[in-house]
Design a protein around this ligand. Structure first.
Ligand SMILES: Cc1ncc(COP(=O)(O)O)c(C=O)c1O
Length: 473
């Protein structure tokens, strides 16, 4: 009897690969140490000259600025940050047996579940260290923006852990679509305001031009920076795009590499959705490092067809915000005045892209694809009905691409290993699913005239050496 029991347990397939806390990485990985082409520098918004640490110090603490400019390959994670990470990390890696069976594919599909954090996404991976380095520098209050509310809620939690005040400008369309996100922020002690608001000059100007503005991340960033630089003891914080954010998120990819080794597999394809680029960078850059050293991997960033920054935008210098307060960043962009259609993947409605991701795309170490909204929801529902988890609308973009790749593997008869980053759960996004079930959602094809118009606003800005025109003809 006993033997039989053991035997049956031994043949059970491993569904999730977990790591003990003792195996949690103690260092973040910085791909800037390994990139074949160094990134061009950010430029000061006023002078157009390369921006240095002093230019950034009014808005960020020095600990983060140093990481942003670091060429160190490995950066130690402070003990206080590891302690907080341990609340939910290491996160499990799953083998999607049921999805594979449903798709009848020879591909093996793995997904890394970042939705198990208290805020429900990958965003606390950077919120915790950002709050920590601010606390260390004597900051009293952090002001930020949020799209879908995942970042705002993650930072609200991190600030409460380190005894900091937190204020969040939330893009108005998402503020209305996702009321429970605001309540999560309030539960963690933060203040949440719909943007554009009347609290800042930036918000008032936008509202004068368009009282019905649904808001955008670019506008909300302008509001948050304006208030941060004008408030004693306050700093600004960004949940994506910047180098230090990409570095913090690598805790994910480093764990994934250990877990894939335990599973005895190595990915042929690595997929992540890309808004500002942080969950994608976090999961993929340790694999990009392997690719630089000779591994063959197809690494795909997935974005909405209605906001096709990587697939259609030029590689140019542009502002990170609408009111032109941030440094000019070398990145793929649709122009800082571009206001994306009101899709439910609020976290992917951003005009720009992380300079690190942009440079990796320029160097063809990664590639980009875009997916329409309806396909992403169909994919999310297929995932929920096979694997169980209900995904954030952003994350549905990664699932849609994983399904495309698994079906391609079926057509080609190849047993590919596909890995995607499941960046967050959608339990606070059920209104989006309701809209889908009621037939109220649609695709938003983006007319090229609209992109062209938005790009006119960056035509006169300095051009990076590696400038590339847009691809919307
Ligand atoms: C669940 C989830 N995935 C992905 C994103 C996209 O952001 P990023 O590209 O920085 O990972 C967001 C942003 O809010 C998000 O909430």
């Amino acid at each position: 009897m006993v033997n039989q029991y053991i035997r049956s347990e031994n043949v059970m397939r491993t569904k999730k690969i977990t790591l003990p806390e003792s195996e949690m990485p103690r260092q973040w990985y910085n791909i800037m140490a390994d990139m074949p082409t160094p990134m061009e520098p950010p430029l000061h918004p006023g002078t157009g000259e390369p921006a240095g640490a002093d230019d950034l110090s009014p808005i960020f603490p020095m600990g983060l600025i140093e990481q942003d400019m670091s060429q160190e390959r490995w950066i130690d994670i402070p003990e206080e940050v590891l302690e907080k990470y341990a609340i939910w990390r290491p996160t499990p890696l799953y083998r999607a047996y049921s999805l594979e069976k449903f798709l009848d594919t020879p591909a093996k599909i793995y997904y890394k579940n970042e939705g198990v954090s208290p805020a429900g996404s990958h965003k606390p991976n950077t919120a915790i260290p950002q709050a920590y380095y601010n606390k260390l520098a004597g900051t009293k209050k952090i002001i930020t923006e949020t799209g879908a509310g995942q970042w705002g809620s993650a930072l609200a939690m991190a600030c409460t852990f380190f005894g900091l005040e937190c204020k969040v400008y939330m893009v108005k369309i998402s503020y209305n679509q996702k009321p429970y996100r605001r309540l999560m922020m309030e539960t963690w002690g933060a203040q949440c305001i719909a943007s554009p608001s009347t609290e800042t000059n930036a918000g008032r100007t936008i509202l004068e031009q368009n009282p019905e503005s649904p808001g955008s991340l670019g506008i909300a960033i302008s509001e948050a920076i304006e208030e941060a630089v004008n408030t004693e003891g306050a700093k600004y914080s960004l949940g994506s795009v910047l180098n230090h954010v990409m570095i913090h998120q690598t805790i994910n990819g480093l764990e994934t590499q250990k877990q894939m080794a335990i599973a005895g597999d190595y990915p042929d394809v690595v997929i992540g959705c890309a808004g500002g680029g942080s969950n994608f960078a976090g999961n993929c850059t340790p694999f990009v490092r392997d690719k630089i050293h000779g591994k063959e991997i197809d690494i795909i960033g997935v974005e909405p067809s209605s906001c096709p920054t990587l697939t259609k935008g030029p590689f140019a210098y542009d502002f990170g915000d609408t009111v032109q307060m941030t440094p000019l960043l070398p990145m793929y962009t649709l122009g800082h005045n571009f206001v994306p259609a009101p899709i439910h993947a609020g976290g992917l409605r951003y005009h720009g892209m992380a300079p690190i991701i942009s440079q990796l795309l320029l160097d063809k170490l990664i590639r980009a694809e875009s997916v329409h909204q309806m396909e992403t929801f169909q994919a999310g529902i297929t995932f929920a009905r096979t694997e169980g988890f209900i995904s954030a609308p952003e994350c549905n973009h990664a699932i849609a691409m994983a399904i495309r790749e698994a079906l391609k593997a079926k057509e080609e008869g190849k047993e590919k290993v596909i890995l995607f980053n499941w960046s967050g759960h959608g339990l606070v996004d059920m209104a989006a699913y309701q809209a889908y079930f009621q037939g109220d959602l649609s695709d938003y094809p983006l007319p090229k005239e609209e992109i062209k118009r938005a790009l006119e606003d960056i035509a006169s800005l300095p051009k990076p050496k590696q400038y590339q025109p847009g691809r919307f003809e």
